[in-house]
Ligand binder design. Structure first.
Ligand code: HEM
Length: 118
């Protein structure tokens, strides 16, 4: 399930950058790719949920990891919405970067799957 979780968010990031480039070209396809991206959000949440499900009790850091994971998704949506409207995206990008690095750090530190930071 760890591999499925990582695959889901890697594909989601690729789709996210595809949506942004399509939005910049004002392509009508941006909407369709954004819908597929939202399906991948569900895969991220479902695979993360399965990882949580393997635990007998859920330590507080896992709650933090879940909230940060959802924050990453929220920040991606914020970047896309603001790019589409032609508004400034700086704050949204900073949030995305901070949330992503936190999710990466917490995911790799927590005891399931790969251990890079622990
Ligand atoms: C795009 C957002 C997300 C990113 C970038 C992300 C990243 C990661 C990474 C790098 C890992 C480590 C995999 C491993 O164990 O080797 C991980 C594990 C995990 N993620 Fe996520 N994640 C995201 C969203 C979520 C969400 C929304 C949830 C909750 C529903 C979640 C729950 C978990 C859980 C429970 C683990 C296992 C932690 C452990 O290793 O003990 N993640 N995630």
């Amino acid at each position: 399930m760890t591999h499925a979780h990582i695959t889901a968010w890697v594909i989601a990031f690729i789709l996210f950058f595809v949506v942004l480039s399509l939005q910049k070209k004002h392509s009508p396809k941006a909407k369709m790719v954004a819908m597929v991206l939202r399906l991948f959000y569900l895969f991220i949440i479902a695979t993360g949920g399965f990882l949580l499900h393997t635990l007998a009790t859920i330590p507080p850091l896992y709650i933090v990891k879940t909230v940060v994971g959802i924050w990453v998704i929220g920040a991606m949506e914020m970047v896309m919405a603001r790019t589409k409207k032609g508004k400034s995206t700086q704050i949204a990008w900073v949030q995305l970067l901070v949330a992503f690095l936190l999710a990466l750090y917490l995911g790799l530190k927590l005891p399931l799957g790969f251990h890079v930071f622990s």
